[in-house]
Design a protein around this ligand. Structure first.
Ligand SMILES: *[C@@H]1O[C@H](CO)[C@@H](O)[C@H](O)[C@H]1NC(C)=O
Ligand SMILES: *[C@@H]1O[C@H](CO)[C@@H](O)[C@H](O)[C@H]1NC(C)=O
Length: 117
């Protein structure tokens, strides 16, 4: 019974995946609370609507990879498009620039956080 259910789920999954077309990611970069100099916050990069599922997300501080980042598991919506979120705890300081570097299907794009500090 369990194996049967698994087989059906896999079949539905397989049909869904093969039907889905290539799609570029939509990216939003924001913080948990309003950005304030010297205040602890979390930088969040939300990436959605893309296909195929292979994707690389890097959070950058002044163009350098941030460490201590956390990424959610890949999930997909009803139209078989994937989405996930990467975040890092950080404290923004004057003159620092933060961005999300998303690489999908061999193309990288930088998305700046337009912190209203
Ligand atoms: C950033 O770190 C990731 C691993 O977290 C690595 O795969 C990637 O190559 C690094 N990018 C740069 C520009 O250093
Ligand atoms: C963005 O990530 C890609 C893939 O890891 C890397 O080649 C590229 O140099 C990165 N861009 C920046 C500005 O770090």
């Amino acid at each position: 019974m369990r194996a049967f259910v698994l087989a059906v789920v896999c079949l539905i999954c397989y049909i869904g995946l093969s039907v889905a077309k290539e799609a570029s990611p939509k990216v939003q970069v924001y913080t948990r609370t309003r950005g304030e100099v010297g205040k602890a916050n979390a930088l969040i990069c939300h990436v959605s609507g893309f296909h195929p599922p292979e994707i690389t997300i890097d959070l950058l501080k002044n163009g350098v990879n941030m460490t201590n980042t956390h990424q959610t598991d890949l999930a997909f919506d009803e139209s078989w498009h994937y989405y996930l979120t990467k975040h890092a705890h950080f404290t923004p300081n004057q003159g620092e620039r933060f961005a999300c570097n998303v690489t999908h299907m061999g193309t990288s794009r930088l998305y700046d956080w337009d912190g209203d500090m």
